[in-house]
Write a protein that binds this ligand. Sequence first.
Ligand code: AMP
Ligand code: MG
Length: 401
Amino acid sequence: MSVPTSANPSFPMHVSVAEAREMLAALLPELETETVPVAQALGRTLAADLEALVSHPSATESALDGIAAREADTLSASAETPVRLKIVGESRAGMPFDGEVGAGECVRIYTGAPLPPGADAICPVEELADDGPEHVHLLRPAFPADVRPEGGDFRAGETVMRAGLRLSAPRVALAVALGHARLPVRRKLRVALLSTGDEVIEPGLPLQAGQVYDSNRVGLSAMLGESGCEVIELGHAPDSPASLQAAIAGAGGADVLLTSGGVSMGKYDFMRDLLIERGRVSFWKVRMRPGGPAILGGWNGLPVFGLPGNPVSSLVVFHVIVRPALTGQPVQSLKLRAATPFRGLKDKTAFWRGVIQDGEVGDYGAQGSGILRSLSDADALVIVPEGGGVQAGELVDVVLL
Ligand code: AMP
Ligand code: MG
């Protein structure tokens, strides 16, 4: 076929980054819920609200190693005028003191140990001077602030985590603290991954001039894994419609197919032709650089997202369109001061590679979409909106890499 142009296409062309993201998300299925041991829940999406089954702390306890006493007894304590208290026992984590702390008394106490009845404040060990085995001098008052009240973190019955939350390491730890051994999560999205190109070869093979190692497939597979997806590896297909079709046939059971290469303006960009001529196209081309040639469509009911083959393009499109659509998690951007100017593009959002130093972001330099080092060396993508442009010293939106 002749390469399609913007003139009267039968599908949207040159969509915005946000539109591309929404159109991909709209083609993905609702994922069923499954229950997994909490240790396997990292990176998954919580499928239901989580209540605390217990309180944390489960009892009022000490935040420090020291002594527990009555605050009122200790108010006059200082290095010059220490207060002398009688030690009546010990409270250890998991082994509480079984008596009560009376006036003029204290117990030795350790971090996480229950506060005995009668005591309401802690003096840390650094502020104590021993006076024989049975007495201690306080060099400053005991503080109630060093008592952790029961339920101070969360109380039994409280809804602490909401459905839709992505389970990071601290969130998995929190779920355990809440009392859950198994968690309801969405099943993993199954993503088939295919790279294309006659010149693209497996790592480890000797490289002939004009060939390139299949860096995209390994990079994309890693990013899919980090994004909590199950990857169905379809390997690599040469540039012919028949071999592409044969490879895509292996995507049975996938929720979405992600391809790299063959979607641009060239004669041998057959992924593009296949979708346009024999599949379905939701859009072709996104108003962004790098990554402009990306295509979204369908093949026999399977959603297909075609990433451009240029290594920087494919990984940047993954970052700002594919991952947020697949995970439902928005792209997190923050504002940094620009250390250098960043050029704007008339009708494209630019995602320049930036290096962060001393809290400011500067231009990485080589910004070509084939310069893979720019992504591996950069700290952030600097977003310059369509028609914009950034002067040194201005605030700019960045996405951390
Ligand atoms: P394409 O999008 O197929 O026109 O490819 C654009 C550029 O990306 C070409 O220079 C390709 O050699 C390169 N390329 C394509 N696929 C890959 C890949 N899987 N890994 C690394 N580079 C690739
Ligand atoms: Mg190609």
